[in-house]
Design a protein around this ligand. Structure first.
Ligand SMILES: C[S@@+](CC[C@H](N)C(=O)[O-])C[C@H]1O[C@@H](n2cnc3c(N)ncnc32)[C@H](O)[C@@H]1O
Length: 242
């Protein structure tokens, strides 16, 4: 694990390892996003918005795949925003905004043809996720696509927070997450009071809507079509077309 606040490359690499432990098949998810975007749009995306992009590791890979694209990352965590600002290439704009409030749409602007939310929506209460999808629809260009990847139980399973309890193979990922944050809290001690303040009154990050819950929410939000793009164990990604 990196030990200084300045070494954002190493922090971000360690984050990537932790996220790969959490989301088995992350590489195949990113490949599915890339292929879906190119095939739906019939060209590389021109304006990409990554919601809850954290330190920007996946955002940076999207910017690398589509070098001509204008890419924007939104997050609210001061520690992760600091890592993102230090680490992403100049083609990526990093914005500090709250996805549970309406203001992010005016900050980010509109006409995005690809919006992604990877392991982000479980941080929001269900009613906020519904509003988020409505705002995503407003922030898209016609024909654009929204991709939501998160813990999404099959519809045969109940929508309960116990669906988020780690399966045996995920215990190591939980431990790596705790360790990563323990070390980050020391190295970024100057940002921790602000981080504590940001998350003080937020819901615990444990919303796990089923696939059909998310599909219904995207359709109600105005997306004309939505379906399952990818699944790996308890993780799934949905594709919604504006
Ligand atoms: C598990 S991380 C995933 C980060 C990134 N998408 C990835 O896969 O590496 C979830 C992210 O959502 C962000 N987030 C949670 N609630 C948010 C909110 N209300 N507004 C903006 N970002 C939020 C967190 O700060 C965190 O960076």
């Amino acid at each position: 694990m990196p030990s200084t606040a300045l070494d954002s490359a190493r922090w971000r690499t360690a984050w990537d390892e932790v996220m790969t432990g959490f989301v088995p098949g992350l590489e195949t998810l990113e490949a599915a996003i890339g292929t879906a975007a190119e095939s739906v749009l019939g060209r590389p995306p021109a304006r990409i918005l990554d919601l809850g992009g954290g330190p920007g590791v996946i955002t940076e890979r999207m910017a690398g795949r589509w070098p001509g694209a204008q890419v924007t990352l939104i997050d609210i965590d001061p520690v992760l925003l600091a890592m993102a600002r230090d680490g992403v290439p100049p083609s990526v704009t990093v914005l500090d905004a709250d996805l549970s409030e309406p203001g992010w749409t005016s900050t980010a602007g509109g006409a995005h043809d690809l919006i992604t939310a990877i392991m982000t929506v479980h941080y929001l209460r269900p009613e906020r996720v519904r509003s988020l999808y409505r705002r995503c629809h407003q922030a898209m260009s016609p024909g654009g696509l929204l991709i939501i990847a998160d813990l999404m139980p099959d519809d045969g399973l109940p929508t309960v927070t116990s669906a988020l309890n780690p399966a045996p193979g995920e215990a190591a990922a939980e431990l790596a997450w705790t360790q990563w944050w323990g070390e980050a809290a020391e190295a970024f001690a100057h940002l921790m009071p602000a981080r504590t303040e940001v998350f003080r009154h937020r819901a615990p990050a444990n919303f796990a809507g089923t696939v059909s819950w998310h599909l219904a929410a995207t359709r109600t939000a105005g997306f004309r079509e939505a379906g399952l793009l990818w699944r790996h164990g308890r993780h799934a990604a949905l594709l919604a077309l504006a």
